[in-house]
Design a protein around this ligand. Structure first.
Ligand SMILES: *[C@@H]1O[C@H](CO)[C@@H](O)[C@H](O)[C@H]1NC(C)=O
Ligand SMILES: *[C@@H]1O[C@H](CO)[C@@H](O)[C@H](O)[C@H]1NC(C)=O
Ligand SMILES: *[C@@H]1O[C@H](CO)[C@@H](O)[C@H](O)[C@H]1NC(C)=O
Ligand SMILES: *[C@@H]1O[C@H](CO)[C@@H](O)[C@H](O)[C@H]1NC(C)=O
Ligand SMILES: *[C@@H]1O[C@H](CO)[C@@H](O)[C@H](O)[C@H]1NC(C)=O
Ligand SMILES: *[C@@H]1O[C@H](CO)[C@@H](O)[C@H](O)[C@H]1NC(C)=O
Ligand SMILES: *[C@@H]1O[C@H](CO)[C@@H](O)[C@H](O)[C@H]1NC(C)=O
Ligand SMILES: *[C@@H]1O[C@H](CO)[C@@H](O)[C@H](O)[C@H]1NC(C)=O
Ligand SMILES: *[C@@H]1O[C@H](CO)[C@@H](O)[C@H](O)[C@H]1NC(C)=O
Ligand SMILES: *[C@@H]1O[C@H](CO)[C@@H](O)[C@H](O)[C@H]1NC(C)=O
Ligand SMILES: *[C@@H]1O[C@H](CO)[C@@H](O)[C@H](O)[C@H]1NC(C)=O
Length: 462
């Protein structure tokens, strides 16, 4: 029998308590088990498409960007660019690939960016949203990238040089490129590919419709303990409609999934997130005077380990922020181990203190949010508080029909028989479960009962 247990050694303030947590059966514990459970199977189309091949790189600095571009031009309008297994394709200059129309890439080899950081900082494409850089731009219609190959951002040097900085610090000038950027894509699918070591966000999809990511793996793993793969979110978007994310393994240093302004009709089914910041709506409402919204979202069957939060909604507050709404979002069937809050509404994003947040509260409405069938345990960082829902104090910002159903998340800090606590502020009509305001004695006492749960390890045999 394979062992599917996770050892959670918990050292409470009073002393160390060992505690065994079972990972639910049949949940993959690493990338190999993920592939074994969800093998990439090419969905065969009918009819033969002409195949285009290009020169592969001879070594790590042999830039084939021009060949890649020429190959896509040639395969455009009905063909397939084929990147065979065990071949390397090094990209050393930015590519504008916004001309695509009915093209596929059979992606079994590895496409890798050079890590000449000063070159890319000078030459990469730029997007004003959070000061983003992009290696390349993909746009057009009927585009499919499929195979069991690799898209490698070669992020280590970028992380090393970024160490100690913050992406949202307005004075930060060390910008890093996004691994995959799509703009004006209609009917786009990525299947099977391993997206690896992005310098910054992994995917950023802007003004696009009918987009899907299926059987994809996304990892950003640093070999340098003082240089983490910061902000390597799996997925971000602006202005997206009809998005599907199905069967994805993510081990990165930021959000597992986080559509930003203007997302409509989003369905996520089956994601495994290790070491991430969670399944996040937003952040939203960052820019002064700008309206933003997220609506009609279902995120289901998610396993989240060793990260920051679980299901999260984050909206900006402060003197110069935007407005808008989050409406009709369901988070369903979430299992978690060793995350901070298992469910979190944060209406005081980003990095502002409570007095500034009270003076300039968020202008985002939050309505019709369901957290259903949540189980597992937290990390103990917030004591016996396992979820926190803080709505805006703005009288014009509506916060209603926020509901918890079948929520059984526990805290490693809770004594035998002690019930974990949910903190809630400003929700009209309650949440369907007991919850208490943050300034109550119960909440203060719960937050004080901090304990520490070291890494939820996933031991061999796999
Ligand atoms: C890499 O390959 C290219 C193309 O074959 C060659 O011109 C170059 O000298 C090689 N560089 C190194 C460092 O081997
Ligand atoms: C978006 O793509 C469509 C084709 O898919 C094209 O007709 C249109 O010009 C593009 N729009 C922009 C702004 O690039
Ligand atoms: C969405 O895109 C997929 C290909 O990725 C295509 O098969 C499907 O027909 C598209 N859906 C619509 C409504 O156009
Ligand atoms: C590791 O990252 C630090 C920055 O935190 C950097 O100074 C150091 O050179 C990196 N180590 C290696 C081996 O690259
Ligand atoms: C899970 O995340 C933790 C913390 O980031 C990391 O130490 C561990 O190696 C990861 N495990 C897997 C299987 O990715
Ligand atoms: C989002 O949509 C609103 C209109 O509803 C528009 O004003 C705003 O510019 C859009 N945001 C982005 C980032 O495009
Ligand atoms: C909520 O969003 C889901 C997912 O897009 C959709 O199926 C459902 O119809 C929406 N509910 C309402 C009341 O609009
Ligand atoms: C927020 O809700 C209120 C009350 O329903 C509504 O008047 C207002 O327009 C909403 N704001 C936005 C940005 O949707
Ligand atoms: C609740 O979620 C767990 C996974 O977290 C899943 O195994 C179980 O089937 C779900 N229950 C229902 C009734 O869907
Ligand atoms: C909160 O932040 C504001 C703006 O940075 C600052 O002026 C104020 O002194 C801070 N208040 C507290 C209580 O720290
Ligand atoms: C919620 O709990 C009830 C009673 O235990 C159970 O019948 C139902 O299947 C659960 N639903 C979900 C989605 O977990």
């Amino acid at each position: 029998m394979r062992s599917s247990s996770i050892l959670l050694a918990i050292s409470a303030a009073v002393g160390a308590v060992a505690h065994q947590v079972e990972l639910p059966p049949n949940v993959p514990r690493n990338i190999d088990e993920f592939r074994a459970k969800h093998p990439y199977k090419r969905s065969e189309g009918c009819g033969k498409r002409p195949i285009v091949q290009i020169r592969a790189s001879q070594n790590d600095t042999d830039d084939v960007a021009d060949d890649f571009l020429a190959g896509l031009h040639k395969a455009n309008h009905g063909g397939t660019l084929y990147l065979p297994k065990d071949e390397l394709y090094v990209i050393g200059k930015p590519l504008d690939l916004t001309f695509l129309d009915d093209v596929q890439i059979h992606w079994n080899g590895e496409v890798k960016f050079t890590n000449d950081t000063p070159y890319w900082q000078e030459h990469a494409f730029a997007h004003p949203f959070q000061n983003s850089l992009m290696f390349w731009k993909w746009g057009g219609k009927d585009v499919k990238l499929y195979g069991d190959g690799v898209l490698n951002g070669n992020g280590q040097r970028w992380w090393n040089e970024f160490a100690g900085l913050e992406i949202l610090d307005p004075s930060n000038t060390y910008l890093r490129p996004i691994l995959f950027y799509g703009e004006n894509l209609t009917n786009f699918a990525m299947e099977g590919i391993h997206q690896k070591d992005s310098p910054c966000w992994t995917n950023f999809i802007v003004t696009s419709k009918n987009v899907s990511f299926t059987d994809v793996m996304c990892t950003a793993e640093s070999n340098n303990a003082t240089a983490l793969p910061k902000n390597s979110d799996f997925f971000d978007s602006l202005n997206i409609e009809d998005l599907t994310v199905e069967r994805v393994w993510v081990n990165v240093g930021d959000d597992c999934f986080s559509p930003k302004s203007n997302a409509t009709n989003v369905h996520v089914d089956t994601m495994y997130c290790n070491g991430t910041h969670g399944q996040s709506m937003g952040s939203l409402g960052q820019y002064k005077g700008e309206k933003s919204f997220v609506q009609d979202v279902v995120i289901e069957n998610v396993w989240l380990l060793n990260g920051q939060h679980g299901a999260r909604l984050k909206t900006w507050a402060g003197p110069d922020v935007g407005y808008g709404f989050i409406n009709n979002v369901t988070f369903r069937n979430f299992w978690q181990a060793n995350n901070e809050y298992s469910a979190f509404i944060d209406s005081c994003y980003f990095n502002i203190n409570s007095s500034t947040c009270a003076e300039y509260p968020s202008q985002m409405n939050i309505t019709n949010i369901l957290f259903e069938n949540f189980s597992g345990t937290t990390s103990g960082k917030y004591g016996t508080a396992v979820a926190r829902l803080t709505c805006s104090t703005n009288p014009n910002a509506v916060c209603e029909n926020i509901e918890f159903r079948n929520f059984t998340v526990t805290s490693p800090c809770a004594a035998e028989g002690e019930k974990p606590l949910i903190i809630c502020d400003g929700i009209k009509g309650g949440i369907g479960m007991d919850c208490v305001p943050a300034d109550s004695d119960e909440a203060k006492a719960a937050l004080k009962k901090k304990c520490k749960a070291p890494l939820a390890e996933i031991p061999p045999p796999f």
